[in-house]
Structures are given as C-alpha cells and as structure tokens.
Design a protein around this ligand. Sequence first.
Ligand code: BDP
Length: 706
Amino acid sequence: MVCIKSFANDGYKLWLQYNHIQDKQIRTSYQSNIKRIIPFGNSETIKVALKELELGLNGMLGSKVLSGTKNNIESNSLMFGSESSLNEIVKNQLGNAFNEINDEGFVIKTISIKGKNQIIITGKNDVGVLYGVFKFLRLLQTHQSIENLNIIDAPKIKVRVLNHWDNLDRTVERGYAGFSIWDWHRLPDYIDSRYRDYARANASIGINGTVLNNVNANALILTPQYLEKVEALANVFRPYGIKVYLTTRFSAPIEIGGLETADPYDAEVIAWWKNKVKEIYSKIPDFGGFLVKANSEGQPGPQNYGRNHVDGANMLADALTPFGGVVMWRAFVYSEHDITDRAKQAYSEFVPYDGQFKDNVIIQVKNGAIDFQPREPFHPMFGTMPKTPLMMEFQITQEYLGQSTHTVFLPKLYEEVLQSDTYKKGKGSTVAKIIDGSLDNKVLTGIAGVSNIGNDINWTGNPMLQANWYGFGRLAWNPYLSSEEIADEWLRSTFSNDEKFVKPVKDMLLSSREAVVNYMTPLGLHHIMDTGHHYGPGPWVSDLSRPEWNPVYYHKADSLGVGFDRTPSGSNATAQYAPQVASKFNNLETCPEEDLLWFHHVSWDFKLKNGKTLWDGMALKYQEGVDQVASMISIWEEAKPYVDEERFSDVYMLLNIQHKEAKWWRDACLLYFQEFSQKSLPVGVEKSTQTLDYFKSLKFTFAPGN
Ligand code: BDP
C-alpha cells in the first residue's frame, strides 16, 4: 500500500510527529500490548513522561489509551517509574539491570504479572524513565516490534549540551533560522510554549543541557534582571532533565560589577565571582556552569592581566565547586601576533597546561584545528593532554556548509571525526573513546553542538536540517552510533516508514556531506569561503588585516601548485599528531586524498590515485559535487508521494538553490584556480557562463548570521 500523505505539515513537530500508523497489523499488535498506561510516581518529570506517552500513543494508535494506577495492573499495561517507585514483584523481574546503567540510563523490559505480559520502563531516576519513554515511542514510530522487550541503555557522555550563539537582542551569530527562540524582553513573565517543545525535543534525543547565550558574551546576562529570566527558562527545562549553562564574559566584574580589573588573581575579582555564582545558585539550584571564550578573537581573558588560561579557568572553577558546577573553557584560540600556522596554535597554547586545571574544568575543543570546515582532519589536541578532560565542540549550524539552504547530513561528518584514530594509546584510540572518557578514565566528559535553531516555524530553516540537531543528540548519547542508523530512524520518525521512501532518501542524506565537500572544498581545500559571512566562494580574498582571515592563506595556490604544506618541510603541524598519524599524513603515498591539500602543497600535475592530474581531478570533483546535488533533486522528486505538500516543496526549493549554488562554487573556484594552473578543463566538466570578475563582484551585505 502506498503511504497516504499526512496532513499539512509545517515541520514544527520535528521528529515527534506521532503520525497515525496506517498499517493495521502493526497498529493492532501495539494496541494489544498497551491496554493501559500506568505511571509510578508523580514528579514533574513523570508527569511530562505521561503526557508524552498519551500524545504519542493517541496519535499513533488513533484511539485513546486508558491510564491506570499502580493498583489496577491488569492485562498488558505499560508501566513506568523510577527504581524507588517499583514494587517487589516488578523489581524481582528486572534482575540486576540497574547495575548496568548510570544515573540517566533506562531499562525497558517485558515482564509477567498475573500471568500477563506487561512492559516496564524504568531507570535509577525519573529522567532515565523519561529517556526510556522517548525510546519506547521511537520503537513505535519506526514500526519495530514491542514483544519480549529487553532494552538496557545509558548515555556514554555526561554533559550533552547545545551551545546557542544567541545574543540578547535576539540576533543569532551564525544563525540561519530566524531570530533567537529566547524572548528575553518578555521573560520571565511570558513563557512561550515553544520553550517546552524545545525541551521535549532535546529530551527525546538525550540532550541534557543548554548554553543559552553567545560565546561572544554580553556581561548583562549575569545581572539580576537577566538572571530572573534565565531562572524562568531553567524552571521550564528542569522536568525534562535539561540544565542551563551560561557563557560568561571574562570582564564582567568590570562591566557590571564596578571593579577596576578582572584579573583572576585579584581578591575582589575572586570574591565577585564567588558571590555571583552564589546568587545564580540561589535562583537555579541545578545550574550547570559556565562556558568561556577567553582571549580569542578579541574576547577578554586572563591574558589581559598577564595570567593564563589555567588561572582564568581555575578561578571560575573554584567559585562553582561548592555547587557542583563545571567550567567549559574553550580552546578555540589563535592570534594575529603568532606567525605560526593557525592550525597549530590551540595545541601549542593548551598542551603545556595538561594536568593543571581543576577537576571541574573541561576543555572544549572544536572537531578540527581550523574552524568547522566541510572536512577537517581531527583536532590534534584530542591525541594528547591525557590528564585533562577534553570535550567535543561540533557545529550544527552550517556556517561554512551552505548555511540553512544546503541539505547536508552532518552525522556523517561527526561520525568520521569520532571514529578517527588518534593513536593516543596505540591503535584503536578513537576520538569517541577520548570524548566518552573510556580511554583515559575520565569522570567529567562532554560534547557540545553549536545549535542551528531559530524562531522559524520549522526551527532549523530547512526541514532536512532538523536531522542534524537530532543526529547530534543521538551521537552525544552514544558516540558509536552509525550515521546510517541515525538517518534511518530520523526519516521514519519525521516522514514515513515506507521503504520506497526511506531507502533512497537515506542514501541521499548519507551522500550529501561528500557532495558539499566536492562542490566547495575537494581534496583537502579549506576556508575558501567568502569572508565575514562565509556565504559562497571567495578563494581570491586577500585584503583582510589579519592574514589568517584570508582564504589565500589556506590554499596557497601559485603557478606551481596548490595546498598548505603542513609536513616537516612546511609548518610541521603534523608533528602535533601521534607519530603513526603524523607519518600517514606526511607521506604523499599514505595521506588520504581527501586531506591532500590540507597537508601538502602539490603541483598541478601531481598524479592522483586514479591516474588523473591534480588539476583534472580537482575539476572533476567540483563537477561531481554539482551532479550529486542534481541527483538529490531527482531522489526528492521521487519522494513526493510520501511527503506532505509543505515540507516537500520547502525542501524542493532549497535543493534547487543548493544546485544553483553548487554550480556557483564550481565555476568560481575553477576559474580562480585556473589562473594559476593555466590548464583547460577536462572533459566532463561544464564551463562557466560567467567570468571570474563577475563572481568576484558579488556582494552580500545583509547575509544572515554575521
Ligand atoms: C567562528 C565564527 C565566529 C565564532 C567563532 C567561535 O565565525 O562567529 O564566534 O567561530 O567559535 O566559527 O568563537
């Protein structure tokens, strides 16, 4: 049977569509297993779990599921509650499942009471129960069997946060989905229902924290006026297991505290932060802590006072320690006064501090050493600093990947980074094992995703990019999940379970990341986007004051060839990796071709593995990227019968823009690099109908997110 189109759909419901299950056999099997839902306990978290189950089951099964109480467990109930709420009969049937989970984990098990099958969803705490409820609903959303369940699962990473680069005026730095969802002006009295839906969505994928404001912080967020607003949000999020965190401006003691300095050694400054933290916890007892961007891109920091990152981070950590808060200190630093390769600077600056940070400090490191490019080799810091907890910072918003118009399925990128082998402790020392703490026995572990959420009706500006929020959350829960699994469950929950839809669209998602690499930055090219807004190609830009802000700094094209030599004959950035990794990258024979120009400056005639010259190979990659987008469009056209009109046409229009822009990238970059290579385009690569001057003349004064 062909799936019936669902009703008009603006995408607001994300992956929590809970569409009526059309397949009668599946539906009746679910109905016969869930005759009643029975909550154990009545905390706020259990109440939201009950509400979610009612919403989900009523939607999917199309009939109202009865609720019951502990005392009327009859046939085939779905029971849920934390360990302490369970009676002996239930507990006995769970064996030692509780020993296998942590505080946020859950157990979903089919047990027998009064000779009848019952399903129990439990955890050590209510929030684990809530995660279990969402997992259970997902089983139904993806049409899986709920007979004989025995699922035990728990998150592998402790701090799983979104980073909102949201300003207090509601603009969003690098935001492409409208304005900030935080209505600061009307908080704390006006609670937008969207805050709850935001929390539901995050809880459904296991995200347990949110940093509300931009890393380029405004000190005002720490004033009593704003802390009241933050408190109101924290109150909404609490039942969903979501803690709030704030970014702090290092100079806040001066800006809002009336002090003359923010020197972390100054007694008054230390006292100011201690009091400020106390004030925050008096309003928000479960406040998560601070995220800090210091001495980076002009932000103030301890170095303004001749101190270092350790001094700054530890001072804040001391203030937070009595309350259990953490400091997420960012390692995204590079300086215009440092003439060494920008890719080396964070490592050079931070690695000597290994072991000096307090226990509640975690260093937040971007996935690669430059800045969220379509492809970057993993950040060398992950392969070192054994005594310091390191957390991952991924970007979900697509600053450098076509922003919210281009469909790029990012879990593929995240997976590639997480599965990279650092060789920190020999073969198999993947980034995932560093992030989840298993390699170095770390207690404090974390992962952050720079959010792609705004107040657009569909949250992310493009319905397909909801998958990146979803995928980030799923990988934060379990960094070993495959991108394919994530694509599969997201598509089924968000659109349709019909195989004729799922299979091709999944292939489309999984190839979309390589497509963007091909039409923007093939073979290891990087940071050649137009500057400032980073929208569109700008490999020619060379006039910015800071050398490392210019694309020419990164590609180094000349008449002989192209690429950044980071081997020992060049910047020697490869020396920051373990010897096994460094030698792989150094050697032209073993360096993965996808990273070639990241690590090597090679001639235009360099022979690629397929026998083509670098120039021909590069041109063909650009063309391949364009062709890939064309086939994404064809796949989407075929998907039409399975998708509601609104989301279908939204995505369709956006894919067409992506196609147009992929050609723009191909043409602008090839015309530009051709000036150096002086070679003609190989057969199969379409010629530009415009001149290089035309591309250079394009200006986007009001490009978003800038
Ligand atoms: C870059 C962005 C900039 C951010 C910065 C950061 O262009 O807007 O403030 O990173 O991460 O990617 O601090």
